[in-house]
Design a protein around this ligand. Structure first.
Ligand code: BGC
Length: 751
């Protein structure tokens, strides 16, 4: 129960949506949930992580590989496909516990025979180069079928093509297709070796990738495909490696490689699963959200983080945004800190490019990109959107004014240390990142003498409908947090690693900046709550036109017109695209009273359009804090079901923008564990303030924190902790205002 996502009947209008919904992946690549008969028009994609390309059009995006599972069937010269044939029965499903995609379809041919197709595929989590599929054909009467199975080289791209095939071999026996591609811009090499193996009692003839089959009603035709994808960035000879690995996996057989994959994904679920009793739909939605993060996370490398659309395609240039640090990181921090470290180290590795970006705009320090890719450079262009009325490029300020990305990166490092208790990251480049981000903020700031304070002017905050504003609350508060982190890092390093600290300060020529950072931390302006408790989102925000989202919508000429940029409808109003002040409060909950949180939630909730999938989970998180349980639950479910229901825009003009939504998936985890479970880790220690939604009888999850690992089960009145890691006692926590220290490995408390 609660592990199966499935859909019955074929609906042409859902093809793109289901491509994302039924996606599989393993961090090394993603494979969209498409059917074997689909081609590029149906947005088939095997999207690589870490390999990006620009073919000269200035738009870098991840590379899609040829589709190894493409199959064409025909009977009497006519195609058999859901796209045109008579479909008697169709089901597509995803077993999220095991990461297996299945389809079962029965066609009725012109002669009235029923031909059934079923397949099962998985992207191996045990062997990240492997994706394999079993495809079975059967019929209710004897029938001749021609099947063409072979990699579909006609690849779907948004701004492709991205590669040339520079070497290719096909060999007899089992049909093997083996090739090496080279990308256009950076000459990355990637090899794919595909092996097709037949098992059948039926008569068939094979000519290359074509099988002419005399299918009998008593026998089936089974084609097993092993596709191995190796990247030149990970091995010296990807061409040789893909063949060797493919032979090895094919030798082991489908059942064995599946078993190995299942062992790994099941182990992951033992850490990541959240069990909810009493609410089956929430159970499925929460698990599915976790699944979508697990298939996109870089388990195998520090070279990359999680793109804004996961590995479900090339949308958003496959770029990694602040979404990773602010929305996704906490799940990994509490479940598998080693993977969280990969995500954090990705930024550490690209400090150089962040320094270059700051210099590009005339600043010092590190200015991290809004859209980061494998090079660590900003993939965002200055004209990043197209006006749907005129077709002209629109000047946006995402690249040059969203300076909050640098403090967001510091937030990621800071959370890593706070939750894991592991400060060694400071000696692995973390200190340099924190100091350079602080230096950037100082360099960007303006010291207003008359008020004796530092201000951040001309910025774009989390709410992108209001670009180029002064003193955006989210930005200024996050900047203060980052500056404090720099000050604390100095204290920690001077005390514990004096020699290393001195050498870092010398290396960065930071001597003079230490005093600046210290002063800016004390004097940075963070807009305080007004008399009514509300914090103004930016200077002058309250003077903007105050209207409802509905009223704003009534002014639109086209439904998908952009509401921000230079003359968007929201620009001179108080309507926000996404949580801004509310986001800041939910990230720094200890800094505000419950009354202040309530005042801001009430004020901004009415004025938020939730035009970004990053918004509803944050309103849920803060609603949970202020005991607005119904709102918390409803907003959480909006975030949790976004990819299940597909309640999002698929096209902006004619540009496909669909895909999965990892930030909302991570936000769902945060609301569930941090919001309803009330888990909080800070300088005072670990505490729990649980308050489950009414429909939940209990919730069980696992977490890791500061060297401890525990299973936690919450009912409406009790919490049971069971220590599962090496440390079997001594865990200190607070619940209901009382502190407990565990003397053995289990404890149950009433709250
Ligand atoms: C949001 C950004 C987000 C990006 C990628 C945009 O629509 O406004 O905050 O980082 O999508 O998810």
């Amino acid at each position: 129960m609660g592990w199966l996502v499935s859909e019955e009947n074929f609906d042409k209008s859902k093809i793109e949506l289901f491509g994302s919904k039924f996606c599989i992946g393993n961090g090394n690549f993603g494979y969209r949930g498409t059917l074997e008969e689909y081609g590029k028009e149906q947005l088939c994609a095997l999207t690589l992580s870490e390999i990006y390309d620009d073919n000269g059009c200035g738009w870098r995006e991840p590379v899609n590989m040829p589709n190894p599972f493409h199959i064409n069937l025909s009977v009497g010269g006519g195609n058999i496909s859901v796209l045109g044939s008579n479909v008697a029965k169709h089901e597509q499903s995803l077993d999220i516990k095991h990461g297996i995609h299945s389809r079962n379809t029965t066609f009725v041919t012109g002669s009235g025979s029923r031909v059934s197709v079923s397949s099962e595929r998985f992207a191996s989590m045990a062997a990240p180069e492997l994706i394999a599929e079993k495809y079975m054909l059967s019929a209710d009467s004897d029938i001749d079928i021609v099947m063409n199975a072979g990699p579909d080289m006609d690849v779907w791209d948004i701004n492709g093509p991205h590669f040339n095939v520079i070497r290719s071999e096909s060999s007899g026996g089992n049909t093997d297709n083996h090739f090496l591609i080279e990308t256009i811009e950076k000459k990355y090499q990637v090899s794919m070796c595909v092996s097709y193996l037949v098992q059948t009692g039926c008569d068939y003839k094979q000519d290359g990738n074509q099988y002419t089959i005399h299918l009998t009603k008593d026998d089936s035709f089974l084609l097993t495909t092993y596709a191995v994808i190796t990247k030149g960035i990970h091995c010296a000879d990807p061409f040789a490696e893909s063949r060797a690995k493919c032979e090895c996996f094919a030798g082991k057989g489908f059942d064995q490689v599946l078993k190995e994959h299942e062992a790994v994904i099941e182990k992951r679920w033992r850490s990541y699963d959240i069990e909810i009793e009493g609410d089956p739909y929430a159970q499925l939605a929460v698990r599915y959200s976790i699944y979508l993060l697990l298939i996109a996370a870089p388990f195998h490398t520090e070279g990359i983080a999680i793109p804004a659309r996961g590995l479900s395609g090339q949308v958003y240039k496959g770029a990694m945004f602040w979404d990773t640090e602010i929305y996704m990181l906490q799940m990994f921090l509490f479940e598998e800190p080693e993977i969280a470290k990969n995500l954090v180290m990705y930024r550490v590795k690209h400090l150089k490019e962040a320094l270059e970006k700051a210099a590009e705009f005339g600043y010092e320090g590190a200015f991290y990109p809004w859209e980061s890719q494998e090079t660590g450079k900003d993939g965002c262009t200055l004209y990043n959107l197209t006006d749907i009325f005129t077709g002209r490029k629109m000047r946006t300020y995402f690249r040059d004014k969203q300076i909050h990305i640098s403090p967001d990166v510091v937030f990621g490092l800071y959370k890593y240390m706070e939750i894991t208790g592991d400060y060694s990251i400071l000696l692995q480049g973390g200190t340099e990142v924190i100091l350079e981000c602080a230096r950037f903020l100082y360099s960007y700031s303006y010291f207003k003498k008359s008020r004796n304070r530092y201000e951040l002017l001309d910025v774009t905050g989390a709410d992108e409908y209001h670009e180029r504003v002064n003193n955006n609350a989210y930005t200024n508060y996050m900047a203060k947090m980052a500056l404090k982190c720099a000050v604390d890092t100095r204290a920690y390093m001077e005390k514990n690693h004096k020699a290393e600290w001195d050498s870092i300060v010398k290396k960065l020529k930071f001597e003079d900046d230490l005093a600046h950072i210290d002063e800016m931390h004390r004097l940075i302006y963070t807009p305080a709550p007004g008399k009514d408790g509300v914090i103004e989102q930016f200077d002058g925000y309250f003077k903007e036109e105050d209207l409802s989202v509905r009223e704003l919508y009534s002014r639109r000429i086209k439904e998908n017109e952009y509401l921000g940029s230079l003359c968007g409808l929201a620009v001179n109003t108080q309507i926000l695209k996404q949580a801004d002040v509310v986001l800041m409060m939910s990230l720094r909950p200890d800094q505000f009273t419950k009354e202040e949180k309530r005042a801001n939630w009430d004020y901004y909730e009415k004025r938020t359009e939730h035009g970004s999938s990053l918004s509803t989970c944050i309103y849920a998180l803060l609603a949970a804090e202020i005991d607005e349980k119904t709102y918390a639950y409803d907003y959480m479910m909006k975030a949790a079901t976004i990819d299940l229901v597909g309640n999002y825009k698929l096209y902006l003009g004619d540009l496909y923008i669909g895909g999965t939504h990892p930030a909302a998936n991570g936000g769902t985890w945060m609301v569930t564990v941090l919001g309803f479970g009330g888990l909080r880790v800070n300088a005072d220690g670990v505490s729990f303030v649980p308050d489950l939604p009414d429909s939940w009888n209990s919730m069980s999850y696992h977490f890791a924190c500061r060297g401890y690992e525990a299973d936690c089960k919450l009912t409406k009145t009790t919490m049971t902790l069971h220590l599962t890691g090496q440390k079997k006692s001594g865990f200190l926590f607070n619940i209901g205002g009382k502190t407990y220290e565990m003397t053995d490995d289990s404890i149950t408390v009433n709250y």
